[in-house]
Design a protein around this ligand. Structure first.
Ligand code: HAM
Length: 430
């Protein structure tokens, strides 16, 4: 008899070619989180349904419509559920294992499958993978920028170009209630004529209406009040601080005054990543935000937190072959440190050691030979860049030569690691 079985609707088999990309992404996630000091955690793929009802929120699509309930033999049909996202389970584990007594913030990361009983379509699956990062116990805003920059770097290094960070603050328990009151009041005169889904949102979880795709709502939202006008002093200062810190680490911000996200635990910072031009729910490459009230919901003292989840399936679709192949390829150094003074090996070694400490695959030419011989060797080793040490080192500068492009410019030693990573990352996009 012919085999009629197929992978369940909304799931797919990751064949070896897909796995090469997934593995490369996972490995890069591991490498980056280790560099940034995030430790791996794995929570069960199913939990008490209450973990998600309480954590994600009962009036969210994820819990109301998309939770995969699991029936145990002879058991209660609603007791367990497959995890739709990792943050609630991680918060449960943080409290269960007394992680509040550890030095804060506790920095955790996870990579694994999630399950949502959503209507399958391109980029939307019932089993999908997330790369998740959480920092619990720091009120920010500096850590918010650190985490966002890590996500930005991960997606960029996958080879996704034209990346945008959409950023908003959704306020907190101080300022959000007044906003919600005004939002509901604004929609009051129109409610009777709205589609049932939007009417329901306004009644049960009004912020969700900001995500609505109904043309009528989209038009109304143009003149609706915006949360940004309601932020209290503390939330405003937090948001301004975050924008400053993002500027300091070189992540450009696209303000997104309507961004609210579909999960109840968020406070203040809310963000999503998109490829420019691609809009809509299915095109978010990832998202996250602050959840200063979540840990408390699991019975511990109030503890702030922030994190993100990136959609690995979606990023894998956009990842360039070149980028993922480079990740798995052998250890060509990104940069070789060379110098005009053949004998100045200590200066070259010191610089290479500092670059490696900053996470750049770098080596130094430690042979006392001429600069041109050192450069020849750097090219032969397949290095992308040569860092040329000369007299300007006394002023804290070196020359950065792109061996592939044949260009060269002076760079401050203090900017070198970041510049190499950025240049090498963007080079991989090509
Ligand atoms: P989320 O926005 O629900 O956030 O999911 C994060 C990302 O997972 C989405 O931006 C998308 O790329 C991907 N994703 C979600 N659903 C699907 C699906 N059905 N098929 C394919 N990809 C999907 C969270 O899950 C939060 N836990 C993020 C977070 C962590 N916030 C704080 N910490």
């Amino acid at each position: 008899m012919a085999n009629k079985f197929q992978a369940p609707r909304g799931t797919r088999d990751l064949l070896p070619a897909d796995m090469a990309t997934f593995r490369a992404l996972e490995e890069n996630g591991r490498r980056l989180t280790a560099l940034y000091g995030y430790a791996p955690i794995e929570t069960p793929i199913f939990e008490d349904s209450g973990v998600f009802e309480r954590g994600v929120g009962e009036v969210t699509d994820i819990v109301e419509k998309e939770l995969f309930r699991v029936r145990s033999p002879g058991g209660d049909a609603d007791r367990w559920a497959l995890r739709p996202e990792p943050t609630a389970g991680i918060a449960r584990a943080y409290v269960e294992h007394g992680m509040q007594t550890l030095p804060q913030p506790v920095k955790l990361t996870m990579f694994g499958p999630m399950f949502r009983y959503d209507r399958p379509q391109a980029g939307r699956y019932r089993q999908f993978w997330q790369f998740d990062v959480e920092a619990i116990g720091d009120p920010g805003p500096a850590i918010d920028a650190e985490i966002i920059e890590l996500a930005w770097r991960f997606i960029s290094e996958a080879g996704v170009d034209n990346l945008e960070l959409h950023l908003n603050s959704i306020g907190d328990a101080q300022c959000r209630p007044a906003y919600i009151t005004d939002l509901v009041e604004f929609f009051g005169p129109y409610v009777a004529n709205l589609p049932p889904v939007d009417r329901n949102r306004i009644e049960k979880n009004p912020l969700r209406v900001l995500d609505s795709k109904s043309p009528g709502i989209v038009a109304l939202l143009k003149s609706a009040p915006q949360i940004g006008e309601y932020l209290c002093t503390a939330c405003r200062a937090h948001f301004d601080g975050l924008v400053q810190h993002l500027d300091a680490v070189g992540v450009p911000v696209t303000p997104a005054p309507l961004l609210v996200r579909g999960i109840d635990y968020y406070t203040r910072t809310a963000f999503e990543f998109y490829q420019r031009g691609a809009q809509g729910q299915q095109s978010a490459l990832g998202g996250g935000g602050r959840y200063d009230g979540l840990i408390e919901l699991f019975g511990a003292k109030p503890t702030p937190g922030i994190g993100f989840g990136l959609g690995v399936d979606r990023i894998a679709t956009l990842a360039t072959k070149a980028a993922t192949a480079k990740e798995t390829a052998s250890a060509h150094p990104v940069a070789i440190v060379v110098g005009a003074d053949p004998g100045a090996t200590a200066a070259r070694l010191k610089l290479a050691t500092e670059l490696r400490a900053a996470g750049v695959a770098a080596s130094a030419d430690l042979a006392p030979r001429t600069l041109s011989r050192q450069l020849e060797r750097a090219a032969r080793e397949g290095a992308h860049f040569a860092v040329v040490v000369g007299d300007e080192l006394d002023q804290g500068e070196v020359q950065l030569r792109d061996l592939e492009a044949g260009t060269q410019h002076p760079t401050k030693v203090t900017d070198l690691a970041r510049e190499l990573q950025r240049a090498h990352g963007s080079h991989r996009h090509g």
